[in-house]
Design a protein around this ligand. Structure first.
Ligand SMILES: [Zn+2]
Length: 343
């Protein structure tokens, strides 16, 4: 990287730090700020709960992933997340199943947990669930861990899940969490949408006034994290994608199928599409329905009831909207039906 680029980047990061400073209620463990009552309730109850055309497939990148896998354990990375976030617990890491699948700018593993099909039934479809695209949206990571607790207990094979609790580990795991990755790039503006070179720069300069928190990067898929997710989408071929963000307190939707009107206490409010966003890339361009969940607060978890009701409504919407027709009628006895209602 040239010196001038480094200076620009450093400036961007400094600005970003200032921009973040007053916009987040920090609930990280490192800062020892406790969460509100609702989040504490979640903690207590949780303790009781047991075809993208331009995706690069670089051999160098694959080699790096192998090196990182050899160097780190997924449990170690999970523990770093657990130490940072008040609503993620040691048990979430001890249960295992998170695997290193990608690598960030700084070489931090990106973890994925797969809930594969079970032998007794054909899944209705493949679902990709992604949290923490923006590193300072803590609740978007914590809620994915909360939902993984449900899947750990109740996965019934209704769907084939791949769950990414934290796509932007460098953004979260630094001393002062930031929206962007370690290159100062907003990963949710870095996906290859049409006319990216002109549209994303224009949007960034004119609409965001060159806000460093919205910097789309120098080229589409310039970042290892966005490259990795695009590759995962290409290989996994999800029938639906659920991406979790905060703090707008609404649902957004891109792509085919009928959008959910509400999930739990969150109501549909279409925000429009942005150049380089995941919704634009996967939903509009690649015709994969993308549900974007915007939680109301970046630093405060929804109540336990809200966490559950969003999940139940989401699963209900997925059941109605998966294109795969089940080949065997559900033999759903009462136990299976009960499980389905909560998984
Ligand atoms: Zn976000």
């Amino acid at each position: 990287m040239s010196t001038s680029k480094q200076i620009i980047l450093t400036s961007l990061l400094l600005f970003a730090g200032i921009a973040c400073a007053d916009s987040n209620i920090d609930t990280t463990k490192e800062d020892t700020i406790t969460e509100d009552g609702a989040a504490s309730q979640v903690a207590l109850t949780a303790a009781l709960e047991s075809s993208s055309p331009t995706v690069p497939t670089s051999p160098v990148e694959e080699e790096t992933v192998k090196q990182i896998q050899a160097k780190y354990s997924s449990a170690e990375t999970c523990t770093k997340i657990e130490r940072k976030l008040g609503s993620v617990y040691p048990k979430d890491c001890e249960i295992g199943g998170l695997e290193i699948s990608g690598v960030s700018v700084k070489g931090t593993p990106i973890l994925v947990k797969e809930y594969p099909p079970v032998s007794s039934r054909k899944p209705l479809g493949r679902v990709l669930l992604v949290g923490g695209i923006h590193g300072d949206e803590y609740s978007s990571v914590s809620i994915v861990f909360a939902w993984m607790r449900k899947l750990n207990q109740f996965h019934s094979g209704m769907f084939h899940w791949k769950v990414v609790p934290l796509m932007n580990p460098d953004g979260l795991l630094r001393n002062k969490a930031q929206r962007m990755n370690d290159n100062g790039v907003d990963l949710n503006r870095n996906f290859p949408t049409p006319n990216w070179e002109t549209e994303s720069q224009k949007y960034w300069v004119e609409r965001t006034k060159s806000n460093p928190r919205r910097y789309p990067g120098p080229t589409p898929l310039s970042e290892p994290e966005s490259q990795w997710l695009a590759k995962l989408i290409k290989e996994f071929k999800p029938d639906a994608i659920v991406a979790v963000h905060a703090p707008y307190g609404i649902l957004d939707f891109d792509g085919p199928r009928t959008a959910p009107k509400r999930l739990g206490h969150l109501h549909l409010n279409l925000l429009g599409t942005y150049p380089g966003s995941l919704g634009n890339y996967a939903g509009v361009q690649n015709k994969i329905p993308v549900v974007t969940i915007e939680l109301p607060y970046a630093g405060i978890m929804p109540t336990r009831e809200q966490v559950s009701s969003i999940w139940v409504d989401m699963v209900g919407w997925l059941k109605k909207n998966m294109h795969t027709i089940p080949q065997e009628a559900s033999q759903g006895g009462s136990v299976e039906s009960r499980v389905d209602a909560t998984s």
